[in-house]
Unconditional design. Structure first.
Length: 166
């Protein structure tokens, strides 16, 4: 019909996104003739306060788990020095008494623990020499308790999951 503009229909190719149906997405995001969205959230300060309290509690639980893990590995290393290998590595008890564990650093999200000894000959006992077979008491102590330690950290994270934080 003369005088009337032709009606154009838009076709969307298969696999094209739904944004193509609305002038390149302009209608969805407030373009000409588009819809405008407004979202309001109530209680944000209360939610943030609850999340901060939860984070502090989990941090405390993680530090506690690290302290326990260090104690477990230290005790196991001492046990292995005396009973764990073909021949006890104890004559004077100096090596046994020098094995200590401590939490080295904790910043709220990362915890580092260390178990070791300051006795100069510990590396020879641990790694062995050409005259003496190795007795990897530190490595074996950690390896033997790895699953238990991982379970402790998982439990520390999940400890307060059942309570709501709000």
């Amino acid at each position: 019909m003369p005088g009337r503009p032709e009606k154009k229909t838009s076709r969307v190719k298969r696999g094209a996104s739904s944004l193509n149906r609305f002038r390149g997405g302009a209608a969805l995001f407030g373009g000409a003739g588009g819809m405008k969205w407004s979202i309001s959230v109530r209680g944000v300060p209360k939610v943030l306060k609850g999340l901060n309290a939860y984070e502090k509690k989990v941090s405390y639980n993680m530090l506690d788990a690290m302290k326990k893990a260090v104690i477990i590995v230290e005790a196991e290393a001492k046990y292995l020095i005396v009973h764990g290998y073909y021949q006890p590595a104890v004559k004077t008890g100096r090596l046994l008494g020098s094995v200590v564990g401590q939490v080295v650093s904790f910043d709220g999200t990362n915890a580092k623990g260390r178990v070791g000894t300051s006795v100069y000959y510990a590396k020879y006992v641990h790694e062995g020499t050409y005259l003496m077979k190795e007795r990897k008491f530190l490595r074996d102590a950690l390896a033997k308790n790895r699953k238990r330690i991982v379970a402790m950290f998982k439990a520390a994270i999940k400890k307060d999951d059942k309570r709501t934080i709000f």
